[in-house]
Design a protein around this ligand. Structure first.
Ligand code: ZN
Length: 564
């Protein structure tokens, strides 16, 4: 059956479903169960999707670390695939957008110690702490910097909350809790309750400490509020650190940034006559004030500094009627490379994270390229770099957009499409945020699925991938995941599967592809995103963020400016 015939069949089934809904609601349940048993195949070719995942996550690509030979191989692969689909280069004559970056590698003798009177605690790199500097300096240090417990390190005027009120942080080291008081207390009136806000993210905490003029900023790792274990911290930050290169060599950043383990923090608070638990309790109360500690922090780092560049890859399918309006499908191609000082299997293959999303962009591009109805709006396929280093490739893109952001109708991000079978639901990260969800709900209904909120809004997933940079600039963005309610095994099974993935494979060398990987869930989700884009590509509408979204104002401003 060719694509058109399939499409017609799908449309007929939808029409029947709609009729059934209106005329025979009683039999609808039975119909839905029938439909559920055999999820309809869509425009996404599973074999293509599978082949891209297998290839990109193979050892040949060495974990797709930016700035390495593996980057070249990855870029060549993506460019050749886009060319083969007949797409145009997204950056003038080139498929590549250079992202200038600086790589700072701390020597393993990175040292951090806390001194409280006669008592000194030396923390071991990787075991008790990881520290780094974002400043481009061969040697960076701090000596006897007075430590200040700043609670969650949050200044949120709209919530009447300021952990830094009345304290001068210059020359000092902030000791900061991860997440926010709403999460810790479960009090829905504090921030967003258990759901993480941007204030809960580590990126924000280092940024705020820098704005306060602090010399050091140390986050206390706790697995529950962080959403990941200490391994993830070590794997992410004790390897060479990549950052966007800036004119001032990142002089505006805090000198020493880092994480300490919960155990190290317990020792620190004990040396200051309190306990971590008590300190957390105080920090959770409205009106908390930063607490100067008796302890002082000293640290030193020797760095190897390398200026280099990574690349975003952009391909364009020009719209037939409104080529100046754009839809963006994106996924980050980069991952963590090789584990340093390791023997045996040391490659972070990143099959789920994010060969799946990268393959998803290619599979959706193929679906558009094979479709007989060509999109009236332009479609941009964007593979961004340096996501794992703090969403740097997408940050560079929104600072240097290849296509105007005000004319970018929507952005769809694919990051870690999980393996597994079909589900009755679709997880929407940060549900209720934008009008794009109306389109998504329609497409999901056609698959016999419903939209659901993410089960763990406390993890701040919305702030942890590339669509967030688009959202900050107002571009309506969708970030979805395969659902929880597995059609064959139920919700409990699926939740355990996901929890096991996070515990055992997320950002570990075990995130690998195997030939028996079940890709049906991914294919269904890609079909959804394709359907939403195909619909929008045929419309003139510009869906917006909902009124109560923190991103609405930015969109209204940018659209108003574009209209002038
Ligand atoms: Zn990742």
């Amino acid at each position: 059956m060719d694509l058109l015939a399939k499409e017609l069949k799908r449309i007929r089934m939808n029409t029947f479903e709609r009729l059934a809904r209106h005329l025979v609601p009683v039999i609808l349940a039975g119909f839905a169960i029938g439909a559920a048993a055999a999820p309809k195949s869509g425009p996404i070719d599973e074999a293509t999707y599978r082949a891209h995942i297998a290839r990109l996550s193979s050892d040949e690509f060495e974990g797709r670390k930016p700035g390495t030979e593996a980057e070249k191989r990855t870029l060549q692969y993506l460019e050749s695939q886009f060319r083969e689909l007949g797409l145009k280069p997204g950056n003038g004559a080139s498929f590549l957008q250079e992202v200038p970056m600086v790589e700072i590698t701390a020597a393993p003798d990175a040292a951090l110690k806390f001194t409280s009177g006669a008592n000194t605690v030396d923390l071991k790199f990787r075991q008790d702490m990881v520290i780094w500097t974002k400043r481009e300096k061969a040697v960076e240090s701090m000596e006897s910097s007075p430590m200040v417990f700043v609670g969650y390190g949050v200044t949120a005027p709209e919530s009447g909350w300021d952990d830094y009120a009345g304290v001068d942080m210059r020359g000092k080291t902030a000791v900061i809790l991860v997440n926010d008081p709403g999460f810790a207390t479960g009090d829905a009136s504090l921030f967003r309750g258990r759901a993480m806000t941007y204030y809960g993210r580590w990126t924000y905490k280092f940024e705020e400490a820098a704005r306060r003029g602090a010399t050091g900023a140390l986050i206390v790792h706790q697995t529950d509020p962080a959403g990941y274990g200490w391994d993830t911290v070590v794997n992410s930050w004790s390897t060479p650190q990549l950052d966007n290169a800036t004119a001032d060599g990142n002089a505006g950043r805090v000198a020493i940034e880092g994480w300490i383990t919960e155990t190290a923090a317990q020792q620190l608070f004990a040396a200051n006559g309190t306990s971590l638990d008590e300190a957390v309790k105080r920090a959770n109360k409205r009106g908390f004030r930063a607490e100067p500690m008796q302890s002082r922090a000293s640290a030193s780092l020797r760095n190897a500094i390398r200026h280099t560049a990574s690349h975003n890859v952009a391909a364009l399918m020009p719209g037939t009627k409104r080529p100046e309006e754009y839809l963006v499908y994106m996924a980050h191609w980069d991952h963590l490379g090789r584990m340093p000082g390791c023997s045996g299997d040391c490659i972070f293959n990143g099959a789920v994270d994010n060969a799946t999303g990268t393959a998803g962009v290619l599979a959706i591009a193929k679906a558009f390229a094979s479709s007989r109805a060509k999109p009236e709006r332009s479609i941009v396929f964007l593979s961004v770099t340096l996501e794992e280093s703090g969403l740097l490739g997408s940050a560079y893109y929104v600072d240097h957009p290849l296509f105007p952001l005000a004319q970018t109708v929507a952005a769809f991000n694919m990051d870690a499409m999980h393996f597994g079978g079909p589900t009755r639901d679709v997880t929407v990260i940060n549900i209720g945020a934008s009008q794009l969800e109306n389109y998504l709900a329609d497409a999901a209904r056609a698959q016999g699925r419903v939209l659901m909120a993410e089960p763990t809004p406390e993890k701040g997933t919305f702030f942890r991938s590339d669509h967030f940079n688009f959202a900050k600039r107002g571009v309506p963005a969708l970030y979805i995941k395969g659902g929880i309610d597995d059609r064959e095994h139920g919700a409990e099974w699926r939740q355990k599967y996901l929890a096991d993935f996070t515990a055992q494979k997320y950002h570990k060398v075990g995130d690998e592809y195997s030939a028996d990987a079940d890709l049906r869930a991914g294919v269904e989700d890609l079909s959804l995103l394709y359907a939403v884009g195909a619909k929008l590509a045929a419309e003139k509408t510009f869906p917006n963020w909902n009124q109560d979204s923190e991103f609405r104002a930015a969109r209204d401003r940018s659209r108003a400016a574009a209209a002038k």
